[in-house]
Design a protein around this ligand. Structure first.
Ligand code: IPM
Ligand code: MN
Length: 349
């Protein structure tokens, strides 16, 4: 029995997660032993419990095999003391999800890149951080600060995962940094070069983040696996989503040093289009493909879901964000898209 924790979160989260649940329920219906547990994280948790992540949620995770999250955040909590994002950041840190794998793959375009994003360190978590006041030019003035910090162990464990991934692919790893300016990235680069000695079959390259934003768009075909820091990984995954057409298309898996995994689409909560039944559930559904593969080890199921998504898209059905990229497109709602995928999925489950 697999205990699957579902955290729909905020904005379009509940709508897209609903499409994931349809597929999971089809699996259960045909005999798969999956136990679904629902809980709250982010803004909805602030509204209900006054905190973006409750101790109760943290304590039930010891009984959980895998977590599926929608997305967190929204304008509604712009001025609240607690931020929805803090719930997700705490979840990632508390359970040691130090590696975030974001495949940039598109069913109807020849593109296949994997971004390995560091997820437990860097400027997202470094201390000291905070706000303070100082007299500057005789004027009391607020200032704010963050610390970007990486140690060798954090870089080595991420590098090993990235090299191993590259070994099973085109054997190319590109590290994206800013080592021409920042100390943390000088150590980053040196450490990755060191780990490379154990992976001489992999071709390693380094590029700076500023140039990477151009190279990734213009010459995306030359990339295979990318390794980068928490912040840069956040930024370039949104950038790379342009290569697939829409941010709504990208899945992700986060892993820790135990066997717990966290699946979430790369997109945000998109509060401007929430509750309109127009959000793109593909990133979430592709995350479920990854869950079938990595948690259930069931390739029949993951292939079935992947091809069901592919089929629906190849018939031209898509949510509105995809219409520019699909020939003879027919715009459908989030619900309809999920139903169509489920329709193909049940034929072969
Ligand atoms: C992401 C998101 C998160 C991040 C936010 C919601 C905290 O943008 O997963 O890409 O910055 O990591
Ligand atoms: Mn992001």
């Amino acid at each position: 029995m697999i205990n699957l924790l579902i955290l729909p979160g905020d904005g379009i989260g509940p709508e897209i997660i609903k499409q994931v649940i349809k597929i999971v329920k089809s699996c259960i219906y045909t005999g798969y032993k999956i136990n679904i547990i629902y809980n709250y994280i982010g803004g909805i948790s602030i509204d209900k419990f006054n905190t973006p992540i409750t101790n109760n949620l943290i304590s039930i995770i010891k009984y959980i095999d895998t977590i599926f999250l929608g997305c967190v955040g929204g304008y509604k909590w712009n001025h609240s003391i607690f931020k929805p994002e803090y719930g997700l950041l705490k979840l990632r840190k508390k359970f040691n999800f130090f590696t975030n794998i974001r495949p940039i793959k598109c069913p109807f375009k020849n593109i296949d890149i994997i971004i390995v994003r560091e997820l437990n360190g860097g400027i997202y978590y470094g201390k000291p951080k905070g706000f303070s006041k100082q007299i500057i030019n005789q004027i009391p003035t607020w200032y704010a600060y963050n610390t970007k910090i990486y140690n060798e162990q954090e870089i080595i464990r991420l590098a090993r995962i990235s090299f191993n991934l590259a070994l099973n692919r085109k054997k190319k790893l590109c590290s994206i940094d800013k080592s021409n300016v920042l100390e943390t990235f000088k150590l980053w680069k040196k450490t990755i070069n060191y780990v490379h000695k154990f992976y001489n079959k992999v071709k390693l390259s380094h590029i700076y983040i500023d140039y990477a934003t151009i190279d990734l768009i213009k010459n995306f075909n030359k990339f295979d696996v990318i390794i980068t820091s928490n912040l840069f990984g956040d930024i370039i995954s949104d950038l790379c989503s342009l290569l697939t057409g829409s941010l709504g298309m990208l899945p992700s898996i986060s892993i820790n040093n135990k066997s717990l995994s966290l699946f979430e689409p790369c997109h945000g909560s998109a509060p401007d289009i929430a509750n309109k039944n127009i959000a793109n559930p593909v990133g979430a559904l592709l995350s479920l493909v990854m869950m079938f593969e990595y948690v259930l080890n069931d390739f029949k199921l993951s292939n079935n879901l992947y091809y069901s998504i592919y089929k629906v898209l190849s018939y031209g059905f898509c949510t509105i964000d995809m219409k520019k990229y699909i020939r003879n497109f027919k715009i459908v709602s989030t619900e309809e898209f999920g139903d169509l995928v489920n329709h193909f999925f049940i034929i072969n489950v």
